[in-house]
Design a protein around this ligand. Structure first.
Ligand code: NAP
Ligand code: GLV
Length: 313
Protein backbone atom coordinates (compact mmCIF):
# COMPACT_ATOMS: atom_id res chain seq x y z
CA UNK A 1 0.00 0.00 0.00
CA UNK A 2 1.40 3.41 -1.05
CA UNK A 3 0.96 6.23 1.41
CA UNK A 4 0.44 9.88 0.56
CA UNK A 5 0.26 12.75 3.01
CA UNK A 6 -2.24 15.41 2.02
CA UNK A 7 -1.47 18.84 3.42
CA UNK A 8 -4.52 21.06 2.96
CA UNK A 9 -4.08 23.88 5.35
CA UNK A 10 -6.17 26.81 4.28
CA UNK A 11 -9.81 27.66 4.01
CA UNK A 12 -9.58 27.66 0.20
CA UNK A 13 -8.63 24.00 0.08
CA UNK A 14 -10.56 22.46 2.95
CA UNK A 15 -12.53 19.90 0.92
CA UNK A 16 -10.49 17.00 2.22
CA UNK A 17 -13.05 14.27 1.41
CA UNK A 18 -13.27 15.43 -2.16
CA UNK A 19 -9.48 15.26 -2.61
CA UNK A 20 -9.26 11.83 -0.97
CA UNK A 21 -12.06 10.51 -3.17
CA UNK A 22 -10.42 11.76 -6.36
CA UNK A 23 -6.95 10.51 -5.38
CA UNK A 24 -8.01 7.03 -4.29
CA UNK A 25 -10.22 6.56 -7.33
CA UNK A 26 -7.23 7.21 -9.59
CA UNK A 27 -4.30 5.58 -7.77
CA UNK A 28 -4.60 1.86 -6.98
CA UNK A 29 -3.63 0.82 -3.42
CA UNK A 30 -3.28 4.34 -2.12
CA UNK A 31 -3.78 5.31 1.51
CA UNK A 32 -4.20 9.05 2.04
CA UNK A 33 -3.31 10.51 5.42
CA UNK A 34 -4.50 14.01 6.07
CA UNK A 35 -1.95 16.21 7.81
CA UNK A 36 -1.33 16.47 10.75
CA UNK A 37 -2.50 12.86 11.33
CA UNK A 38 0.39 11.40 9.36
CA UNK A 39 1.09 8.25 11.39
CA UNK A 40 4.61 6.86 11.04
CA UNK A 41 6.51 9.51 9.11
CA UNK A 42 8.92 7.08 7.43
CA UNK A 43 5.98 5.27 5.79
CA UNK A 44 5.05 8.27 3.65
CA UNK A 45 5.84 7.82 -0.07
CA UNK A 46 4.40 11.05 -1.49
CA UNK A 47 3.32 14.49 -0.29
CA UNK A 48 0.59 16.57 -1.95
CA UNK A 49 0.82 19.98 -0.35
CA UNK A 50 -0.48 23.52 -0.09
CA UNK A 51 1.44 25.78 2.30
CA UNK A 52 3.20 23.08 4.34
CA UNK A 53 4.68 24.22 7.64
CA UNK A 54 8.40 24.93 7.10
CA UNK A 55 10.43 21.99 8.39
CA UNK A 56 7.56 19.52 8.10
CA UNK A 57 8.45 17.90 4.77
CA UNK A 58 11.91 16.79 5.87
CA UNK A 59 10.26 14.53 8.50
CA UNK A 60 9.15 12.16 5.71
CA UNK A 61 12.49 10.44 5.29
CA UNK A 62 11.34 8.12 2.47
CA UNK A 63 9.27 10.57 0.45
CA UNK A 64 9.80 10.06 -3.30
CA UNK A 65 8.12 13.19 -4.65
CA UNK A 66 6.45 16.37 -3.42
CA UNK A 67 3.48 17.60 -5.48
CA UNK A 68 2.33 21.21 -5.20
CA UNK A 69 -1.44 21.55 -5.22
CA UNK A 70 -0.99 24.90 -6.96
CA UNK A 71 0.77 26.15 -10.07
CA UNK A 72 3.00 28.15 -7.75
CA UNK A 73 5.67 26.58 -5.55
CA UNK A 74 6.69 29.61 -3.48
CA UNK A 75 4.66 28.11 -0.62
CA UNK A 76 7.09 25.14 -0.65
CA UNK A 77 10.34 27.02 -1.28
CA UNK A 78 9.81 29.25 1.77
CA UNK A 79 10.98 26.16 3.67
CA UNK A 80 14.78 26.41 4.02
CA UNK A 81 14.93 22.78 5.13
CA UNK A 82 13.37 20.78 2.28
CA UNK A 83 14.39 17.11 1.93
CA UNK A 84 17.39 17.00 -0.39
CA UNK A 85 17.11 15.49 -3.86
CA UNK A 86 13.34 14.96 -3.78
CA UNK A 87 11.63 16.19 -6.99
CA UNK A 88 8.99 18.90 -6.57
CA UNK A 89 6.25 19.20 -9.17
CA UNK A 90 3.60 21.85 -9.75
CA UNK A 91 0.17 21.86 -11.36
CA UNK A 92 -0.18 22.66 -15.02
CA UNK A 93 -3.82 22.16 -15.79
CA UNK A 94 -5.76 23.40 -18.83
CA UNK A 95 -8.79 24.11 -16.60
CA UNK A 96 -6.69 26.33 -14.36
CA UNK A 97 -5.10 28.05 -17.34
CA UNK A 98 -8.51 28.80 -18.82
CA UNK A 99 -9.79 30.20 -15.52
CA UNK A 100 -6.82 32.52 -15.28
CA UNK A 101 -7.28 33.61 -18.88
CA UNK A 102 -10.92 34.44 -18.06
CA UNK A 103 -9.85 36.45 -15.02
CA UNK A 104 -7.28 38.50 -16.89
CA UNK A 105 -9.56 39.09 -19.88
CA UNK A 106 -12.45 40.08 -17.59
CA UNK A 107 -10.44 42.74 -15.80
CA UNK A 108 -8.54 44.02 -18.85
CA UNK A 109 -11.91 44.46 -20.59
CA UNK A 110 -13.36 46.12 -17.53
CA UNK A 111 -10.72 48.87 -17.65
CA UNK A 112 -10.81 49.04 -21.45
CA UNK A 113 -14.60 49.52 -21.50
CA UNK A 114 -14.29 52.04 -18.61
CA UNK A 115 -16.65 50.06 -16.38
CA UNK A 116 -15.29 51.48 -13.07
CA UNK A 117 -16.13 54.95 -14.41
CA UNK A 118 -19.61 53.86 -15.54
CA UNK A 119 -20.13 52.33 -12.07
CA UNK A 120 -19.32 55.74 -10.55
CA UNK A 121 -21.68 57.49 -12.98
CA UNK A 122 -24.44 55.03 -12.08
CA UNK A 123 -24.01 55.80 -8.39
CA UNK A 124 -24.72 59.48 -9.32
CA UNK A 125 -27.61 58.54 -11.68
CA UNK A 126 -25.62 60.26 -14.40
CA UNK A 127 -26.29 59.34 -18.07
CA UNK A 128 -23.05 60.14 -19.90
CA UNK A 129 -21.14 58.52 -22.72
CA UNK A 130 -17.37 58.21 -22.28
CA UNK A 131 -14.92 58.15 -25.17
CA UNK A 132 -14.16 54.54 -26.12
CA UNK A 133 -10.90 53.68 -27.90
CA UNK A 134 -10.68 50.49 -29.97
CA UNK A 135 -8.93 47.50 -28.38
CA UNK A 136 -6.10 47.90 -30.91
CA UNK A 137 -5.44 51.34 -29.46
CA UNK A 138 -4.91 49.85 -25.99
CA UNK A 139 -1.60 48.43 -24.85
CA UNK A 140 -1.68 45.52 -22.41
CA UNK A 141 1.40 43.99 -20.80
CA UNK A 142 1.66 40.58 -19.18
CA UNK A 143 4.42 40.13 -16.59
CA UNK A 144 5.35 36.45 -16.92
CA UNK A 145 4.78 34.72 -20.25
CA UNK A 146 4.64 31.16 -18.91
CA UNK A 147 1.73 28.71 -18.90
CA UNK A 148 -0.76 31.23 -17.58
CA UNK A 149 0.68 34.43 -19.00
CA UNK A 150 1.04 33.13 -22.57
CA UNK A 151 -2.54 31.87 -22.57
CA UNK A 152 -3.90 35.18 -21.29
CA UNK A 153 -1.77 37.05 -23.85
CA UNK A 154 -3.13 34.93 -26.72
CA UNK A 155 -6.73 35.58 -25.64
CA UNK A 156 -6.07 39.33 -25.46
CA UNK A 157 -4.54 39.26 -28.96
CA UNK A 158 -7.72 37.54 -30.16
CA UNK A 159 -9.74 40.35 -28.58
CA UNK A 160 -7.70 42.82 -30.62
CA UNK A 161 -5.45 44.37 -27.95
CA UNK A 162 -1.88 45.48 -28.55
CA UNK A 163 -0.15 42.94 -26.27
CA UNK A 164 3.38 42.55 -24.92
CA UNK A 165 4.86 40.12 -22.44
CA UNK A 166 7.87 40.16 -20.16
CA UNK A 167 9.80 37.05 -19.17
CA UNK A 168 13.26 35.95 -18.15
CA UNK A 169 14.06 34.59 -21.63
CA UNK A 170 12.62 35.95 -24.93
CA UNK A 171 9.39 34.25 -26.10
CA UNK A 172 7.60 33.73 -29.36
CA UNK A 173 3.86 34.02 -28.89
CA UNK A 174 1.92 34.98 -32.03
CA UNK A 175 0.99 38.65 -32.00
CA UNK A 176 2.74 39.34 -28.67
CA UNK A 177 5.76 41.61 -28.43
CA UNK A 178 8.39 39.94 -26.25
CA UNK A 179 10.49 41.81 -23.69
CA UNK A 180 13.00 39.93 -21.56
CA UNK A 181 15.27 40.28 -18.59
CA UNK A 182 16.05 43.27 -16.43
CA UNK A 183 16.85 45.47 -19.42
CA UNK A 184 13.46 44.74 -20.96
CA UNK A 185 11.38 45.64 -17.91
CA UNK A 186 11.23 49.46 -18.11
CA UNK A 187 10.51 49.59 -21.88
CA UNK A 188 7.83 46.92 -21.35
CA UNK A 189 6.18 48.91 -18.55
CA UNK A 190 6.48 52.18 -20.47
CA UNK A 191 4.30 50.83 -23.30
CA UNK A 192 1.68 49.06 -21.13
CA UNK A 193 -1.51 50.88 -20.09
CA UNK A 194 -2.79 47.79 -18.32
CA UNK A 195 -0.28 45.46 -16.66
CA UNK A 196 -1.30 41.99 -15.47
CA UNK A 197 1.15 40.14 -13.22
CA UNK A 198 1.44 36.37 -13.68
CA UNK A 199 4.97 35.89 -12.40
CA UNK A 200 6.07 33.28 -9.87
CA UNK A 201 7.09 34.78 -6.53
CA UNK A 202 10.86 34.46 -6.13
CA UNK A 203 13.62 36.57 -4.60
CA UNK A 204 13.94 38.27 -8.00
CA UNK A 205 10.27 39.11 -8.48
CA UNK A 206 9.26 40.03 -4.91
CA UNK A 207 8.20 43.68 -4.82
CA UNK A 208 8.43 44.08 -8.60
CA UNK A 209 5.23 46.16 -8.64
CA UNK A 210 6.73 49.11 -6.77
CA UNK A 211 6.94 52.90 -7.05
CA UNK A 212 9.55 52.71 -9.85
CA UNK A 213 7.39 50.32 -11.86
CA UNK A 214 4.24 52.43 -11.44
CA UNK A 215 6.17 55.57 -12.42
CA UNK A 216 7.42 53.83 -15.57
CA UNK A 217 3.86 53.03 -16.76
CA UNK A 218 1.87 55.61 -18.73
CA UNK A 219 -0.14 57.94 -16.47
CA UNK A 220 -3.58 56.48 -15.76
CA UNK A 221 -2.54 52.84 -16.21
CA UNK A 222 -4.21 49.94 -14.41
CA UNK A 223 -2.65 46.99 -12.63
CA UNK A 224 -4.02 43.48 -12.25
CA UNK A 225 -2.22 41.15 -9.84
CA UNK A 226 -3.30 37.53 -9.95
CA UNK A 227 0.11 36.09 -9.08
CA UNK A 228 1.15 36.57 -5.44
CA UNK A 229 0.65 39.34 -2.90
CA UNK A 230 4.43 39.62 -2.43
CA UNK A 231 4.80 41.05 -5.93
CA UNK A 232 3.15 44.32 -4.85
CA UNK A 233 4.59 46.98 -2.54
CA UNK A 234 1.23 47.99 -1.10
CA UNK A 235 2.23 51.46 0.19
CA UNK A 236 3.65 52.31 -3.25
CA UNK A 237 0.47 51.04 -4.91
CA UNK A 238 -1.78 53.15 -2.70
CA UNK A 239 0.42 56.23 -3.32
CA UNK A 240 0.27 55.66 -7.10
CA UNK A 241 -3.52 55.28 -6.98
CA UNK A 242 -3.95 58.37 -4.82
CA UNK A 243 -1.75 60.51 -7.05
CA UNK A 244 -3.64 59.42 -10.19
CA UNK A 245 -0.55 57.78 -11.70
CA UNK A 246 -2.64 54.60 -11.65
CA UNK A 247 -6.36 54.64 -12.41
CA UNK A 248 -7.08 51.34 -10.67
CA UNK A 249 -5.83 48.03 -9.34
CA UNK A 250 -7.46 44.61 -9.36
CA UNK A 251 -5.95 42.34 -6.75
CA UNK A 252 -6.61 38.64 -6.23
CA UNK A 253 -3.63 37.86 -4.00
CA UNK A 254 -2.28 39.38 -0.80
CA UNK A 255 0.26 39.08 1.96
CA UNK A 256 -1.07 37.91 4.32
CA UNK A 257 -4.14 35.97 3.22
CA UNK A 258 -6.90 36.34 4.13
CA UNK A 259 -6.52 40.13 3.81
CA UNK A 260 -7.20 41.43 7.36
CA UNK A 261 -10.59 43.22 7.69
CA UNK A 262 -8.92 46.47 8.81
CA UNK A 263 -6.61 46.62 5.75
CA UNK A 264 -6.96 49.91 3.78
CA UNK A 265 -7.09 48.10 0.43
CA UNK A 266 -10.59 46.79 1.25
CA UNK A 267 -12.07 50.26 1.12
CA UNK A 268 -9.87 52.00 -1.44
CA UNK A 269 -12.22 53.40 -4.13
CA UNK A 270 -9.85 52.45 -6.96
CA UNK A 271 -9.20 48.88 -5.82
CA UNK A 272 -11.10 45.73 -6.82
CA UNK A 273 -10.53 42.72 -4.59
CA UNK A 274 -11.14 39.01 -5.10
CA UNK A 275 -10.15 36.41 -2.46
CA UNK A 276 -7.45 34.40 -4.30
CA UNK A 277 -9.92 32.79 -6.67
CA UNK A 278 -8.55 33.77 -10.09
CA UNK A 279 -7.70 30.15 -10.91
CA UNK A 280 -8.37 27.64 -8.18
CA UNK A 281 -6.98 24.13 -8.52
CA UNK A 282 -9.60 21.66 -9.69
CA UNK A 283 -9.13 18.35 -7.82
CA UNK A 284 -10.51 16.33 -10.76
CA UNK A 285 -7.90 17.32 -13.32
CA UNK A 286 -5.17 17.83 -10.73
CA UNK A 287 -5.57 14.32 -9.30
CA UNK A 288 -5.12 12.94 -12.84
CA UNK A 289 -1.73 14.64 -12.87
CA UNK A 290 -0.78 13.37 -9.40
CA UNK A 291 -1.83 9.83 -10.37
CA UNK A 292 0.26 10.00 -13.54
CA UNK A 293 3.29 11.23 -11.59
CA UNK A 294 2.93 8.45 -9.01
CA UNK A 295 2.78 5.96 -11.88
CA UNK A 296 5.92 7.53 -13.34
CA UNK A 297 7.83 7.36 -10.05
CA UNK A 298 7.00 3.68 -9.79
CA UNK A 299 7.92 3.01 -13.42
CA UNK A 300 11.18 4.93 -13.04
CA UNK A 301 10.07 7.46 -15.69
CA UNK A 302 10.70 11.24 -15.63
CA UNK A 303 8.01 13.21 -13.77
CA UNK A 304 5.74 15.82 -15.31
CA UNK A 305 6.05 19.51 -14.40
CA UNK A 306 9.12 19.29 -12.17
CA UNK A 307 10.21 22.72 -10.96
CA UNK A 308 13.74 24.05 -10.97
CA UNK A 309 14.84 24.57 -7.36
CA UNK A 310 17.63 26.92 -8.47
CA UNK A 311 15.17 29.24 -10.24
CA UNK A 312 12.43 28.80 -7.62
CA UNK A 313 9.64 28.06 -10.15
P1 NAP B 1 5.32 29.57 -15.28
O1 NAP B 1 4.76 28.75 -16.38
O2 NAP B 1 6.48 29.05 -14.52
O3 NAP B 1 5.69 30.99 -15.91
C1 NAP B 1 6.41 31.94 -15.22
C2 NAP B 1 6.82 33.06 -16.17
O4 NAP B 1 7.47 34.08 -15.40
C3 NAP B 1 7.83 32.60 -17.22
O5 NAP B 1 7.57 33.23 -18.45
C4 NAP B 1 9.17 33.10 -16.66
O6 NAP B 1 10.14 33.38 -17.65
C5 NAP B 1 8.73 34.37 -15.99
N1 NAP B 1 9.69 34.76 -14.96
C6 NAP B 1 10.02 34.11 -13.82
N2 NAP B 1 10.98 34.77 -13.14
C7 NAP B 1 11.27 35.86 -13.89
C8 NAP B 1 12.18 36.92 -13.75
N3 NAP B 1 13.00 37.01 -12.68
N4 NAP B 1 12.23 37.85 -14.71
C9 NAP B 1 11.43 37.78 -15.78
N5 NAP B 1 10.53 36.79 -15.99
C10 NAP B 1 10.46 35.85 -15.04
O7 NAP B 1 4.20 29.91 -14.21
P2 NAP B 1 2.60 29.91 -14.41
O8 NAP B 1 2.07 28.52 -14.41
O9 NAP B 1 2.28 30.78 -15.57
O10 NAP B 1 2.12 30.60 -13.03
C11 NAP B 1 2.56 31.87 -12.66
C12 NAP B 1 2.15 32.17 -11.22
O11 NAP B 1 0.76 32.43 -11.14
C13 NAP B 1 2.35 31.03 -10.22
O12 NAP B 1 3.68 30.95 -9.79
C14 NAP B 1 1.40 31.42 -9.10
O13 NAP B 1 2.08 32.19 -8.13
C15 NAP B 1 0.35 32.28 -9.78
N6 NAP B 1 -1.00 31.65 -9.76
C16 NAP B 1 -2.03 32.32 -9.15
C17 NAP B 1 -3.29 31.76 -9.15
C18 NAP B 1 -4.46 32.49 -8.55
O14 NAP B 1 -5.52 31.89 -8.40
N7 NAP B 1 -4.34 33.74 -8.21
C19 NAP B 1 -3.51 30.52 -9.77
C20 NAP B 1 -2.45 29.88 -10.35
C21 NAP B 1 -1.18 30.45 -10.34
P3 NAP B 1 10.93 32.17 -18.42
O15 NAP B 1 9.87 31.40 -19.14
O16 NAP B 1 11.83 32.86 -19.35
O17 NAP B 1 11.59 31.35 -17.36
C1 GLV C 1 -2.67 29.30 -6.85
O1 GLV C 1 -2.44 30.36 -6.38
C2 GLV C 1 -1.70 28.46 -7.48
O2 GLV C 1 -0.49 28.70 -7.33
O3 GLV C 1 -2.14 27.52 -8.15
Amino acid sequence: MKKLVLVLKTEAFDRVDWWIEHLTSRVPNLEVRHWPDVGAEDEIDYALVWKPVPGDLKRYSNVKAIFSIGAGVDHIFVDPDLPAGVPITRMIDPNMTLRMTEYVALHVLRYHRRQPEYDALQRNREWRELEQPHAGERTVGILGLGELGASAARALVMLGFDVAGWSRSPKQVDGVESFAGEAGLKPFLARSETVACLLPLTDETRGILNADAFAAMPKGSAVINAARGGHVVVDDLIAALDSGQLQGATLDVFEPEPLPPEHPLWVHPKVTITPHVAAITDPRSSCDQVAENIRRVEAGEPLLNVVDAAKGY
